[in-house]
Design a protein around this ligand. Structure first.
Ligand code: ZN
Length: 290
């Protein structure tokens, strides 16, 4: 028996307009479209919030796999923690979408007060227990933190999944102290989309696409769109960092990946637009508005 997927239609998360063209159709009720104005690729129609949460709770299980996958991210998380601590040495940290809490490992509890928000209950419990962090089970908006409470808010590799990025950024602006910092990590749009569809995908994985329009990926942002979204909420980008691909068992792939990372770092120093070709990158922005 098949159940009809409940879907919802949304506008561009950056511009708020519906002016878009179809980018990927794969025979489902959902599809990816590209905003004609800012170039963001996003799912619309997409699975409804209830359908996405039901899917997430049914598929996420806190087993050995989840812990091992999270461990594979440690080098990138360590690099990002080093990056952000060049700008801030301590204070109150909130990691939105903290998953198993692995980012907390790099923030000593003698100088940092560690908070997390995580929608998957088992992950939230694990993060709180493992890292002695105060983890709220739910979204950052549901947590209803006090105004001007945090020194640093991080959103690592999670912006693709949230219901309404504008509403979340507004909330982050409210709960950050004046001059507080936000750090977001996302996948480079051009890199990920080239990697996930077409010849490169076939060469690496022997399949023509690994994208599914009914997946949990709702958005593929580009650097200029994200910078505009930050600016709309009173944030000014202060620094960037290019993050390489996770290490594989193949040494030539690892060498190629680290060379590529160096190249992208240089290119993005000349133009932030180049970040779209980075596997992942971080934008560190400061709250400048009251
Ligand atoms: Zn747009």
């Amino acid at each position: 028996m098949t159940t009809q997927l409940e879907v919802e239609t949304v506008n561009c998360p950056i511009c708020g307009t519906a002016d878009s063209q179809v980018w990927l159709e794969d025979g489902k009720l959902t599809r990816y479209v590209r905003c004609r104005s800012c170039g963001t690729v996003y799912a619309s129609p997409r699975a409804s919030r209830a359908a996405r949460y039901a899917w997430l709770n049914a598929t996420f299980s806190l087993g050995q796999n989840a812990v091992e996958n999270a461990a594979g991210r440690q080098p990138a998380l360590a690099a990002e923690a080093t990056f952000v601590q060049r700008y801030l040495k301590g204070g109150r940290l909130l990691d939105v979408g903290c998953d198993l809490g692995d980012f907390f490992r790099w923030f000593s509890d003698t100088t940092w007060e560690r908070f997390g928000a995580e929608i998957v209950p088992s992950a939230a419990e694990y993060a709180a227990r493992e890292y002695r962090a105060q983890v709220f089970t739910g979204t950052v908006r549901e947590a209803n933190y006090p105004t001007a409470y945090f020194d640093l808010v991080t959103m690592i590799d999670m912006l693709y999944y949230i219901d309404d990025p504008r509403a979340d950024f507004q909330e982050v602006a409210r709960i950050l102290k004046p001059r507080g910092l936000i750090m977001i990590e996302v996948a480079g749009q051009a890199y990920q989309l080239r990697r996930s569809r077409g010849l490169l995908c076939w060469l690496l994985e022997r399949r023509w696409t690994r994208l599914q329009t009914d997946s949990s990926y709702l958005y593929w942002f580009n650097p200029s769109g994200l910078i505009a979204l930050l600016a709309d909420h009173g944030f000014l980008v202060e620094a960037i960092d290019v993050i390489g691909s996770p290490l594989t068992r193949s040494s030539w792939r690892n060498t190629a990946a680290s060379l590529y990372c160096v190249l992208m770092t240089r290119a993005s120093r000349r133009s932030l637009r180049a970040l779209t070709w980075a596997p992942k990158y971080c934008l560190l922005a400061r709250r400048t508005a009251d």
